[in-house]
Design a protein around this ligand. Structure first.
Ligand code: GLY
Ligand code: MN
Ligand code: MN
Length: 442
């Protein structure tokens, strides 16, 4: 018999509390949230399994083939459908909870095996005013949910009423996920700590003649040896001109003396992402033009971080970064015209073409709207976002040769607080002096 994993990474109470919150938001109706399917990579090889973030947020349950149901109303109930205990399968795949152990461990009122889903769901939906489910993401799931609703409709002549409304559950859950609670913030702090250690390790390991993939290996080693389950996204290890490819993931070039190395990498710990970018010289010393561009991006990041506080809008950090970058591009003679013209015509987009951040949480690009009723959303304590301005100078008409192929991004993870923000990732060096001092110790 396989032993249970060292228990869920977090006590069940936090998940039960979130399900109670969801029930309260629904009022009366039934919410249905499935976890993610397993996916084949090729033949009998699977992609590493990753549960669905919405499902995990409400359950802490990490096995595939599971569905959570919350019945909200006078008699609220939490149900979990999961894989049955199966001694034969557990020899091959390892421990599974099964409904009996899952009920106590994950604080559900009722648990069933996954194959009972189609039988039980129509009963649960009978005489309920609304179903909350996410439709449109997977046609097989859509058909299944609608099949349950239709099964209830077929009972109309027995006096049973089918749900009148089908509403999107993600819309409700996005708002819940957007504000991180104390447990989530603690996990994100630890994920950030592991990832900052990985960036320090990468700076110490970089040298001309080495390769991008060797540095990627150092990052992954550091993530895993501290218990992070995986990278939160494919690591970008981009030297020289590769840094100007925003989603560069080949990571197969040789590091050259005199080049910068841009690393965008972060681990996922117990479901939560970290997302850090640092850019530093392979040889440990910034050249004049590299330093000029780097200091500009760093100043843009500082201006953006200064705008992260409760009450400011989502767009305030982006606007601050763009203002600093646009003026800097003019000063460096990368662009001509006045600041007003560069902003108005958006010519700065030649060198800065992405946004300054995104929500961060269970997904690296986390759940939550950026606008409400056409207005940028106000920042609130407990929101977590990245601040990641950059500058990417592809060679071209009018680009001074000294700056060609320089790509710089600096990215930190920050929590909104009443008065400002908490930077989770400041342990990864980012001033020119701190980077050069660390790299001199190699
Ligand atoms: N690493 C993904 C991003 O920065 O958005
Ligand atoms: Mn990011
Ligand atoms: Mn990133």
């Amino acid at each position: 018999m396989n032993p249970a994993p060292s228990a869920p990474s977090a006590p069940s109470a936090r998940y039960a509390r979130r399900r109670a919150q969801l029930a309260q938001r629904i009022g009366k109706g039934v919410a249905i949230v499935p976890t993610a399917p397993e996916r084949t990579r090729n033949r009998d090889a699977h992609y590493p399994y990753r549960y669905d973030s919405y499902f995990y947020h409400l359950t802490g349950f990490t096995e595939p083939e599971a569905v959570m149901v919350v019945v909200a109303g006078e008699n609220p109930r939490n149900l979990l459908f999961c894989r049955e205990k199966n001694a034969e399968r557990e020899i091959w795949d390892g421990f599974r909870y099964g409904p009996v152990a899952a009920k106590d461990t994950f604080a559900f009122d009722e648990t069933y095996t996954f194959d009972q889903l189609d039988k039980v769901m129509p009963d649960l939906l009978a005489d309920q005013p609304a179903v909350y489910a996410h439709l449109g993401g997977d046609s097989a799931w859509d058909a299944r949910v609608l099949g349950w609703v239709n099964a209830v409709r077929e009972r109309a002549r027995t006096g049973v009423a089918a749900p009148r409304d089908i509403a999107d559950i993600h819309t409700l859950l996005d708002d819940m996920r957007l504000i991180k609670d104390a447990d989530e913030l603690n996990t994100m702090r630890r994920a950030a700590e592991i990832s900052t250690g990985a960036h320090v390790r990468a700076m110490c390991a970089a040298r001309a003649g080495g390769t991008e993939y060797q540095i990627e290996a150092e990052l992954l080693h550091e993530f895993r040896r501290h218990g992070a389950q995986s990278p939160a996204y494919t690591s970008i290890v981009a030297s020289g001109a590769n840094a100007c490819v925003l989603h560069y993931v080949a990571n197969d070039a040789t590091l050259q003396d005199g080049d910068l190395l841009l690393i965008d990498a972060g681990c996922e710990l117990d479901g939560y992402a970290s997302d850090i970018t640092r850019t530093f010289p392979v040889n440990g010393r910034f050249s004049g033009p590299q330093k000029a561009v780097y200091e500009l991006v760093l100043a843009a990041q500082a201006a953006a971080i200064a705008e992260v506080k409760a009450g400011n809008t989502w767009n305030a950090p982006h606007d601050a970064a763009v203002n600093v970058l646009a003026q800097g591009f003019i000063d460096l003679k990368l662009l001509t015209g006045s600041l007003a013209e560069v902003l108005e015509k958006e010519t700065y987009r030649q060198f800065y073409m992405h946004r300054t951040g995104h929500w961060l949480g269970l997904d690296v690009h986390d759940a939550g709207d950026y606008k409400r009723d056409g207005q940028w959303r106000a920042l609130q304590p407990g929101m977590v976002l990245t601040v990641e301005p950059g500058c990417y100078i592809r060679p071209g008409d009018g680009v001074p040769a000294a700056f060609a192929n320089i790509g710089v991004r600096i990215e930190d993870d920050v929590v909104v607080t009443e008065k400002g923000c908490e930077i989770l990732t400041s342990a990864a060096p980012k001033s020119v002096a701190d980077i050069e001092a660390l790299m001199a110790t190699r």
